[in-house]
Design a protein around this ligand. Structure first.
Ligand SMILES: C[S@@+](CC[C@H](N)C(=O)[O-])C[C@H]1O[C@@H](n2cnc3c(N)ncnc32)[C@H](O)[C@@H]1O
Length: 323
């Protein structure tokens, strides 16, 4: 088994309290987590999905949050359900619990006329979740990479997400498609990141290619992406920023940048401390020589790997209305 790079080890020790770091070291050695998925309510419902699982003798648990999520008993692997109709016909979507949290935290009602921007959308996991949650809304999903864009189109078609406009472009070109500021009610930025969620002592490729320069590059890109979308968010409405990485530069530092540069943005609390399937720790107050705005550690969360959840960082912004 491989060792983590020395710089990464020392960063982890700075990011997490000693007690957590020791537990995390064990999690890095985990080979896999129980299979979890979301019921696609555009095509099916909990009853139909659980009936088929029961008929096939598959044991499962239904979660209260994220809504419509099922975890299979740990003895199953994903291929155990490949033969089921719910899998073959897009009645479920394979998605870890952590990855469902960002979209699940939008608090607005579903209604016709609601406009949603998914700024970094492929392969469409969260776009399809939003499409089901907000079936009367119109969703604009941007993705610049052709292969990922095609995969997203395929997924959205299979899942019957008819209210999504897919745009094959970078978000910085948004002004070519949307001509008014303050256009969107909800904005999701599930940012391209250094993907440290894949950190595992069994993932040689990731460990060998881990490099601080990727983190620094992503930090710059994430700031640009947020700056590109913030003007399009309506006053009084919500923007959720998430990554699947643990680097503070790509998480707290990006949120700090947004709060410092956009006076109308504030944070709303995310708290999953009572959810037994999701393990969260407080976000950072500071990292290396940088001190973050106080509300960041109070209101944004770091989901850390556990038996069920994977790494995620989530921040929920609200754009205040001028008084
Ligand atoms: C973390 S992934 C998104 C995962 C997706 N939200 C989901 O749940 O399935 C980030 C995506 O952003 C895309 N991306 C990279 N640079 C971008 C840019 N400048 N504008 C928009 N999307 C970008 C990447 O190609 C990648 O597909």
């Amino acid at each position: 088994m491989l060792e983590l790079p020395v710089l990464l080890q020392s960063r982890l020790k700075n990011i997490y309290p000693k007690s957590e770091y020791d537990t995390l070291k064990n999690v890095f050695s985990l080979k896999r987590r129980p299979v979890s998925f979301r019921v696609n309510t555009l095509k099916s419902n909990l009853e139909e999905v659980t009936d088929e699982l029961t008929q096939n003798g598959i044991e499962f648990t239904i979660l209260d949050f994220p809504k419509n999520t099922i975890i299979l008993d740990e003895k199953y692997i994903e291929s155990d359900i490949w033969k089921l109709n719910i899998y073959k016909f897009g009645k479920i979507y394979m998605q870890n619990i952590s990855s469902q949290i960002p979209a699940a935290y939008f608090s607005k009602e579903n209604y016709a006329g609601l406009k949603i921007l998914d700024a970094c959308a492929a392969p469409g996991g969260k776009t399809s979740q939003l499409s089901a949650m907000y079936s009367d809304a119109t969703i604009y999903a941007f993705e610049p990479q052709k292969v990922r864009f095609d995969k997203m189109k395929h997924n959205l078609k299979k899942l019957w997400c008819e209210n999504v406009e897919c745009i094959h472009d970078e978000i910085r070109n948004i002004d070519q498609y949307i001509w008014e500021d303050n256009y969107f009610d909800l904005v999701l930025v599930d940012a391209p990141c250094s993907s440290e969620w894949s950190l595992s002592l069994h993932n040689d490729k990731f460990i060998q290619s881990w490099d601080i320069s990727h983190i620094n590059k992503n930090y710059k890109r994430q700031k640009y992406i947020l700056s590109d979308v913030i003007p399009y968010l309506k006053d009084g409405w919500e923007l959720i920023y998430s990554t699947c990485t643990l680097a503070p530069e790509e998480n707290e530092a990006v949120v700090h940048f947004a709060l410092c540069n956009y006076s109308k943005l504030g944070l709303e609390s995310i708290d999953l401390s009572k959810n037994k399937y999701i393990k969260q720790v407080e976000s950072l107050k500071n990292f290396e020589n940088k001190i973050f705005k106080t509300e960041i550690s109070e209101k944004t969360i770091r989901v850390i790997p556990s038996e069920y959840s994977e790494w995620f960082y989530i921040a929920k912004f609200k754009k205040w209305v001028n008084s």
